[in-house]
Design a protein around this ligand. Structure first.
Ligand code: FE2
Length: 287
């Protein structure tokens, strides 16, 4: 769908840059959401970008570790990761593909690079679950590149839709309480695109390749550099413009939960008592 003439265009309420950090067995990454500067964009708890052509930065991978209470979405731009979990799932995550894992009441998995050289590049997003679903059964789904619909708009704009409905395409992940929208948008130099984003959803734009872009409202153009995350204001449409060269960005939105969040590493629950229970359950092998 294209935005109606009466659309309210989303502005930028704030922008932040990520923080270099490491996770797993020392994998270097940039944390963009889930830092002291930006704790969360409800319902999103974390966004990590990992990208390196230096095998020493990623070789050790993410050996066995638990999750409870939320979902992880890993989207690969380049390189390959092998996933294995204690529910018997195994999958190879390849460039252009994604993995959608619902940890629910508990899963233990490893995410290990399947290469010893070359570039590995991608994103992991953590999507919170509502209180009523935190203890649901775990679920795991591999999305191959061909499972993700591609939409071509005028001006050479191309979108890949992992979740939600964007520009008439419906992503493969459905039936989530937070109704997530997740798109990878590529714009050639000076192209623009107007996308619907559900009113009431919280969301962000993260230019990750090319020259950055501008978010356009009636008030003007707000430039967002590559590697800078723009938290969006209210509205029902988003206008993007590649101002100084080609640009590529993640556009992500979801219905906010507005519930208490208590996080202890890879456990995200609503109360301290639930976190203590998660630690006990994990230590007792009940994941
Ligand atoms: Fe994980």
């Amino acid at each position: 769908m294209t935005a109606l003439p009466t659309a309210e265009f989303r502005s930028v309420v704030r922008s932040v840059r990520g923080m270099p950090t490491s996770d797993g067995a020392g994998v270097k990454l940039t944390r963009v959401i889930g830092t002291p500067m930006l704790r969360s964009v409800d319902p999103f708890l974390m966004l990590d970008e990992f990208g390196s052509d230096e095998p020493g930065d990623y070789r050790a991978g993410f050996p066995d570790h638990p999750h409870r209470g939320f979902e992880t979405i890993t989207y690969m731009i380049a390189g390959r990761f092998r996933h294995r979990d204690n529910k018997g799932h195994e999958g190879l995550l390849e460039a252009g593909g994604a993995q959608w894992m619902t940890a629910g009441r508990g899963i233990v998995h490893s995410e290990m690079p399947e290469q010893q050289e070359g570039l590995i590049w991608g994103f992991q997003l953590w999507l919170n679950l509502p209180a009523s679903e935190k203890m649901r059964a775990p679920e795991y789904r591999d999305l191959q590149p061909w499972d993700i619909p591609v939409v071509r708009l005028s001006g050479g704009v191309e979108l890949r839709v992992l979740a939600g409905e964007v520009a008439g395409a419906v992503g493969p992940i459905r039936g989530r309480a937070t109704e997530p929208v997740y798109a990878d948008v590529s714009l050639p130099a000076s192209a623009s695109a107007t996308l619907d984003l559900p009113r009431g959803h919280e969301g962000f734009v993260y230019p990750f390749d090319g020259e950055g872009l501008a978010i356009v409202t009636a008030a003007g153009e707000r430039p967002i550099a590559r590697g800078e995350l723009a938290v969006l204001g209210a509205g029902d449409a988003l206008a993007l413009k590649a101002v100084s060269g080609a640009a590529r960005a993640l556009v992500v939105a979801g219905r906010p939960l507005r519930e208490p969040v208590v996080q202890y590493g890879p456990f995200v629950m609503n109360t301290r008592a639930q976190i203590e229970q998660a630690v006990r359950d994990y230590q007792a092998g009940r994941f």
